[in-house]
Write a protein that binds this ligand. Structure first.
Ligand code: ADP
Ligand code: TZD
Ligand code: MG
Length: 581
């Protein structure tokens, strides 16, 4: 048994010993985090973790205090995506924990590694439901919403507890992990040497998972048989940080590739093989599709139906999660392993030369792409006031072209869907957005984490509704003086600002205050606020912000009638046959 003093007498005895120094739960948590290179915490302080934050900061951990745990959680989740290390979010019990839980579930859904650490009430009181301060059975509630959940009751188990959390978060398919730390744990005292020994440095937290040679051979055979092959890159491919290998595979194969939203930039959107602007024909007309770190979920119409055309497709799927295979349609060639290892094995298996895909196919894709790009071009150059989406996005597209290293954060409906299509990305992991759930409110948390984790300038393009979910964090951006430029696409509402309530004098459910000045919000905290009414004004203001690195919020006035219901996914709305038009 390890020496562990949980009572004052024991503590006194050890102190009296004079031979041994003491440590406690607070210090062990901090030491365990540092030992494992987890040196940034996103959270909100309060009972019982206020001192943990203070002491962590004093110990050299960067502790970013947010205004709401959900935003801190989104920051931790995207930090996990950007770094391949679990992002850490720290919250108080019950309400703080619940506020962080949405982000934890979001991290799990998106396969981002994250650890939510929450203080909690004493087991004895919670289990008898005796009404402790902020009492809630947090562990039980977290379990179904994350990849794994652990509770540590003894200081001597803090090292093991954190090690389990780290491994669970990053190994295999990454995801969210909940770590429950009851208040009493923090003040538990134990011998410092024993405490040090109890810590665990996690070795090889995400071990390589090598694909079987047979799976590689099968995949290459299917690929070779293709007349109209397509590669789809998903955010798993961006997460894997196997950028050079993926580029080599795509270029060696000569196959057109389609990046999913957060995989944009893995290869530049301007790459000659990029089929981003020919999405509908490559999905419909391809005969063999290789998925790399992308799921056949709703974002890819489940791999079937109208989007995918008549002919039967053969799918090759590279994924670390074996159970992902056949989740929606038959996978002809499953390749289970980590993307780096799988792609390397595929390249090796291709040998010295690999037959180029039939020219008729690659030419058809290129022609379509050029047609669509040409069709879009004049719309992006309009200087209308109030702006429409295309006019405003046209200048933001130029901004990113001129600053390919900057990170683009993007949320909203029209603001999201149109920006995704219009703004070309040039480098991996530079586009962060709403992810698999299409969740509103990720923007400020992602912008803060992107700036903190990468040190690069951040441009956050936000629908006015989306911004409303997380807008108070502009204070956080100002407080830490982060190089974030927020552009609010202010069309006065959700999808449009033109709805009228047919049943009374209240405003319609989808509209906001007309002529709102979001730029004033950041001025309250010492940041730069700008009103932009034309694309020229918008361009100037964003240029200044990106060059100065000063926290800036630009209120971009968008025509309230410019958007469409639900952006590009209006078809997912259920329709009432009884609704009056
Ligand atoms: P997108 O939304 O961009 O299409 P998804 O989130 O649907 O992407 O898919 C990401 C996939 O990538 C998940 O199925 C996940 O298991 C997988 N994945 C994540 N990291 C790795 C990795 N290192 N190696 C292999 N697969 C991975
Ligand atoms: N709540 C959460 C957490 N996520 C959501 N996706 C929604 C509600 C529903 N929703 C959307 O799917 S998009 C959206 C909401 C509320 C806002 C769209 O308005 P916007 O963008 O101002 O952000 P546009 O440019 O006006 O379309
Ligand atoms: Mg809007």
């Amino acid at each position: 048994m390890m020496t562990q003093a949980t009572t004052l007498e024991e503590q006194a005895r050890i102190t009296a010993d004079g031979m041994r120094e003491l440590t406690d739960g607070f210090h062990l948590v901090i030491d365990a985090l540092k030992l494992n290179g987890l040196t940034t915490i996103y959270g909100v302080p309060g009972i019982p973790i206020t001192d943990l934050g203070r002491m962590a900061q004093a110990a050299g951990i960067r502790v970013l205090s947010f205004r709401h745990e959900q935003n801190a959680g989104y920051a931790a989740a995207i930090a996990g995506f950007l770094t391949k290390k679990p992002g850490v979010c720290l919250t108080v019990s019950a309400p703080g924990f619940l506020n962080g839980l949405t982000a934890l579930a979001h991290a799990t859904t998106n396969c981002f590694p994250m650890i939510l650490i929450s203080g909690s009430s004493e087991r004895e009181v919670v289990d008898l439901q005796q009404g402790d301060y902020e009492e809630l059975d947090q562990l039980a509630i977290a379990k179904p919403l994350c990849k794994a959940a652990f509770r540590v009751l003894h200081a001597a188990d803090i090292g093991i507890g954190l090690a389990r959390a780290i491994r669970a978060a990053v190994s295999g398919r990454p995801g969210g992990v909940y770590l429950d730390l009851p208040a009493k744990l923090f003040s538990q005292v134990m011998n410092a040497a024993a405490g040090k020994k109890s810590l665990v440095k996690v070795i090889d937290a995400a071990p390589a998972q090598i694909p079987s040679p047979a799976a590689i051979k099968r995949a290459l055979n299917v690929l070779k048989s293709a007349k109209r092959p397509l590669i789809i890159l998903g955010k798993g491919a961006a997460y894997a940080q196997a950028d050079d290998a993926i580029r080599m595979l795509v270029e060696k194969s000569g196959i057109p590739f389609l990046p999913m939203s957060m995989a944009k930039g893995l290869l530049p959107d301007t790459h000659p093989q990029c089929a981003g602007a020919a999405r509908s024909i490559v999905l419909k007309e391809s005969d063999v599709v290789m998925l790399i770190g992308a799921r056949l979920n709703w974002l890819l119409s489940h791999g079937k139906g109208k989007t995918w055309g008549e002919g039967r497709k053969k799918f090759i799927q590279i994924d670390i999660e074996p159970r992902e295979m056949d989740s929606n349609v038959e996978i002809a060639a499953p390749v289970v392993g980590d993307i780096g290892s799988c792609v390397a094995a595929l390249i090796e298996g291709m040998g010295g030369t690999w037959p180029a895909p039939p020219a008729a196919w690659t030419k058809a894709v290129t022609t379509k792409r050029e047609e669509n790009v040409a069709k879009m071009a004049p719309r992006l150059m309009n200087n209308n006031s109030p702006m429409d989406y295309h006019g405003a996005l046209g200048v933001l597209r130029t901004i990113i072209k001129e600053r390919p290293d900057a990170i683009l954060v993007n949320e909203g409906a029209n603001t999201l869907d149109l920006a995704r299509g219009v703004i070309d990305m040039y480098k991996p992991r530079r586009r962060l957005d709403v992810g698999t759930w299409g969740v509103m409110g990720i923007g400020m948390g992602q912008a803060i984490a992107a700036a903190v984790e990468t040190g690069k300038p951040v441009l956050a393009v936000e629908g006015d509704s989306a911004f409303g979910f997380c807008g108070m964090e502009v204070e956080t951006i100002c407080r830490y003086d982060l190089p974030v430029c927020v552009v609010v696409f202010n069309n006065g509402g959700i999808y449009r600002g033109t709805d009228v309530n047919p049943g009374g004098s209240d405003p319609a459910t989808t509209v906001f205050v007309r002529g709102a000045r979001y730029d004033k919000i950041i001025e309250a905290f010492g940041g730069v606020g700008v009103q932009a009414e034309t694309p020229d004004e918008l361009k100037r203001a964003v240029d200044v912000a990106m060059d100065s690195g000063k926290p800036t919020l630009i209120n971009a006035v968008i025509d309230p009638a410019a958007g469409s219901e639900s952006g590009r996914i209006g078809n997912l709305n259920p329709q009432s046959v009884l609704r009056e038009k």
